[in-house]
Design a protein around this ligand. Structure first.
Ligand code: PMP
Ligand code: GLN
Length: 382
């Protein structure tokens, strides 16, 4: 039968993690921590299970978790979302993004993505039947180019997906960037899907600019976040969407016939854990120390460091390396690095619809310090 996604294979994250396991490489490819979450979070889930929270929760998520999410958003970004009508708990950010797209875009519509972008966005847009409009971020800096975004807007634009802090570049949007997007979209009906899964990983002196802080943007936005990143539990696949009531109503129509709802005990465990703000308030310092350790190590190698303002990803250019493999396509270089040097990374070309190759690869530093030191030791050989 005809494929809905003829150009799609297995995701680069799956491919590189399998290769890393096969070659016992240090896996700095797929973005996930190699350390465990706070045992208190696990206790909260097992307590919920023992208390009998094991049947279907309400379709939009358990009320205590939705309340904890609205309280957090209000405390951090000074905007009130109704826990009843404006928050939906999702099966991770991936499901949230697809569901948001399905409820707003279809054949004849256009959706803008800013490249490089997370690998699910383009196939997700294709599944809706809408046309993908790819707009490059500025070469080298990965900052948004508002002239190009403006030129890409059309009466058919149904949505634009933005992502700050940005995977893979680690770039963080400034207040000026947010104001410019707000101005640009003001005369349009375009919606925003704002992927903020790394909201708690922004490094000093910057702060996270959630669309929630900007009334004009908030009114047209689905804000997407994920507990996987924030609480070191990527395998739990729990996230949420915050959006004005009219958008949430449409979102829930699709959500209820997509997953219907999300596992109950995890939601209760997360709600209890969210009562303490310390874990997410302490996250920037925790990851900043890892970023700095990793950057100090890499600075002594021939990899050329790109800036990292947020996320747990560090991009490096490979063009100055002393080995001939530096001239391989990024994807082949990453395969070679995994097999021969024993460190897995992700080629940036995986984040472009056309596989654009700029001699840059991405490492994940959400790892134990000893893992980062081991990786740097192996990379120093190049
Ligand atoms: N968006 C971005 C930018 C991501 O990096 C990720 C996870 N790596 C996701 C979405 C998906 O998050 P989840 O695992 O919660 O589905
Ligand atoms: N978001 C993670 C990354 O960018 C991976 C998620 C996945 O494996 N799909 O590495």
């Amino acid at each position: 039968f005809p494929s809905r996604l003829p150009n799609v294979g297995t995701t680069i994250f799956t491919v590189m993690s399998a290769l890393a396991a096969e070659h016992q490489a240090v896996n700095l490819g797929q973005g996930f921590p190699d350390f465990d979450c706070d045992p208190k979070l696990i206790d909260g889930v097992t307590t919920a299970m023992r208390q009998g929270h094991n049947q279907y929760p309400p379709m939009p998520g358990v009320p205590v978790l939705r309340q904890a999410i609205t309280s957090k958003i209000e405390a951090l970004y000074a905007r009130q979302y109704s826990a009843d009508t404006e928050i939906t708990v999702t099966a991770g950010a991936t499901q949230a993004i697809l569901t948001a797209l399905l409820c707003c875009a279809g054949p004849g519509d256009e959706v803008i993505v800013l490249e490089p972008c997370y690998d699910s966005y383009i196939p997700n847009i294709e599944l809706t039947g809408a046309r993908v409009v790819r707009v490059p971020l500025a070469p080298g800096t990965f900052r948004p180019d508002f002239d190009k975004i403006g030129a890409a807007l059309s009466p058919k634009t149904r949505a634009i997906i933005i992502n700050s802090p940005h995977n893979p570049s680690g770039m963080v949007w400034s207040p000026e960037d947010m104001r410019r997007l707000d101005e640009l979209l003001a005369p349009t009906n375009a919606l925003v899907i704002s992927d903020e899964v790394y909201e708690h990983m922004v490094y000093a002196p910057l702060r996270h600019e959630s669309v929630a802080r900007y009334p004009g943007l908030a009114a047209r936005s689905f804000i997407v976040s994920s507990f996987g990143k924030t609480y070191h539990v990527t395998g739990w696949k729990v996230g949420y969407v915050a959006a004005p009531a009219a958008l949430t109503a449409e979102f829930r129509k699709v959500h209820q016939f997509n997953v219907f709802t999300v596992n109950t005990p995890m939601q209760h465990g997360l709600a209890a854990y969210m009562q303490d703000a310390a874990p997410y308030l302490e996250l920037p310092a925790f990851y900043q120390a890892k970023r700095d350790l990793f950057r100090e190590g890499l600075a002594k190698t021939k990899f050329r460091l790109l800036p990292c303002e947020g996320t747990y990803f560090q991009c490096v250019a490979i063009d100055q390396l002393a080995v001939p493999e530096r001239d391989l396509p990024e994807a082949d270089f990453c395969q070679w690095l995994t097999r021969e040097i024993g460190v897995a990374a992700i080629p940036l070309s995986a984040f472009y619809g056309d596989g654009f190759d700029q001699r840059v690869i991405r490492f994940c530093f959400a790892k134990k310090d000893e893992t980062l030191r081991e990786a740097v030791g192996r990379l120093a050989a190049l």
